[in-house]
Write a protein that binds this ligand. Structure first.
Ligand SMILES: Cc1ncc(COP(=O)(O)O)c(C=O)c1O
Length: 449
């Protein structure tokens, strides 16, 4: 393993695989920078190292887009999964590990009195929104501009790709204080767009105004408590709690990124605000398909089979949800996260990286900063950390992409919109990374001259 080494050119095998994928998997060829020339094919991953099919090792801050908080192929997860595989991988019928995992979630997450399992975050968000409609008898959903909630019809409005990420994207709708719902995809029913209200994140007054006008129709306010890497302003989440209560809407925290990462009890614990419902991912999954919907027992009751739709019954079934392999992976992950000092060590690693990033930009004379949580943060070419989605649009996208490319060339793989930190990022890897920050920032400054 040779992380931090200069990337070697693609092998013939990797070139062939990419060409084949380009033909057969039109949506499947990915690069962390958004540039086709940076796409790679992963051959294996272990700890904090990902290896491509050309034999290049990368220090991984993409981490499967968040789930791999223990690093790849963690021995405790492998052992739990291997043991379970011999006993079968999917039953549909209830299994003891699903019950044990539900108990573990209830013990950790403040809003969780009852739990439901799904195979993806998008699925769990869809059920959360449907449940909110069923429980309130209302139709509209209020989301925040720039928030990502997955691939459901409502969720695919005004997400972070609404503006600013390249030509041809939909333009921002409405004004900064009163954004309009902008569809992020073709194929969405127009009626759904009409049911989505959009408010600016971290703007309680604008959210209150919107609710004053249409609050009686709103079934749910859904928010990423830390939206992407925008940190909630003091009082923002508590204010949303009050607005939800006064308007009769449910408050949903989408904790697909923050659950079990910001703290043992997720953002609810970290920020001290308890929603009615929460969707939890990806960290809990140990890298297996699993997402959680949880919340107040009386709301979750609407999922109980046998309840008529006219009485608010929400039908739910999904072949792989709560499968024992994902559940044992999750239990093993949560047990590892419960070891003393894990969250402190994760935060310390993130702090070291962020300090290294700041120092690298300062040394290179580049105006840049970072925002987010120490274990999930982004670098911005902005004078100060963004607070709202529209602040992020002012970043120098070209430089942001170039910086990610320069890091990739130096063996550092970041996510397209954040650096995720895991327990396998040890001293040596952090040091390599900080050195790569300095080298990449220096190269960026030289290129800009
Ligand atoms: C906040 C948030 N919600 C929902 C999702 C969708 O999750 P999935 O990709 O598992 O469907 C994501 C995925 O990145 C997410 O970050």
């Amino acid at each position: 393993m040779n992380p931090g080494a200069t990337r070697t050119p693609r092998s013939e095998n990797e070139e062939q695989l990419l060409a084949q994928a380009e033909r057969l998997l039109p949506s499947g060829v990915r690069s962390n920078t958004g540039c086709a020339e940076d796409a790679l094919v992963v051959a294996s991953a272990r700890g904090a190292i990902v290896t491509d099919c050309s034999g290049n090792d990368y220090i991984d801050y993409l981490l499967g887009s968040g789930p791999m908080i223990l690093g790849h192929a963690h021995p405790a997860v492998i052992e739990a999964v291997t043991r379970q595989l011999e006993k079968g991988s999917s039953y549909l019928a209830l299994n003891e590990h699903a019950v044990e995992l539900a108990q573990a979630v209830v013990e950790r997450v403040p809003c969780a009195e009852a739990v439901s399992f799904y195979s993806s975050g998008s699925e769990s968000v869809n059920y959360a929104l449907r449940l909110a409609r069923a429980a309130t008898g209302r139709q509209k959903i209020l989301k925040f501009e720039g928030a990502f909630h997955g691939m459901g019809d409502e969720s695919l409005h005004s997400n972070q790709w609404t503006t600013g990420l390249g030509e041809g994207r939909a333009a921002a709708g409405g004004t900064a204080a009163r954004p309009l719902a902008v569809a992020n995809s073709a194929g969405l029913p127009g009626a759904v767009t009409e049911s989505v209200l959009v408010a600016p994140y971290n703007d309680l007054a604008a959210t209150a105004e919107l609710l004053a006008e249409q609050g009686r129709e709103v079934a749910a306010i859904i928010v990423e408590p830390m939206q992407r890497t925008l940190v909630p302003a003091e009082g923002f989440l508590a204010g949303l709690r009050q607005l939800a209560d006064s308007s009769g809407a449910l408050l949903i925290f989408d904790e697909m990124v923050t659950a079990f990462r910001l703290a043992r009890g997720g953002a609810q614990e970290a920020y001290g605000v308890v929603p009615d419902l929460a969707t939890l991912g990806k960290t809990v999954s140990g890298g297996h398909p699993l997402a959680v919907l949880c919340g107040a027992a009386e709301i979750m009751e609407y999922l109980r089979p046998g309840r008529e739709p006219a009485a608010g019954g929400v039908m739910q079934t999904s072949t792989f949800s709560g499968n024992p392999v994902s559940c044992v992976a999750a239990l093993a992950t949560l047990a590892e996260l419960d070891r003393p000092g894990v969250y402190q060590r994760l935060a310390a690693s993130g702090q070291r990286l962020r300090a290294g990033l700041d120092a690298a930009f300062a040394a290179a004379g580049i105006e840049a900063c970072s925002s987010g949580h120490d274990t999930a943060f982004e670098a911005w070419f902005l004078p100060r950390p963004p607070r709202k989605h529209r602040d992020t649009l002012a970043t120098n996208r070209g430089r942001q992409t170039e910086f990610a490319q320069l890091l990739l060339e130096r063996g550092v793989l970041k996510g397209h919109e954040k650096f995720f930190v895991c327990t396998a990022h040890d001293d040596r890897l952090l040091e390599f990374t900080v050195q790569a920050f300095h080298d990449a920032a220096g190269a960026l400054a030289a290129a800009g001259e």
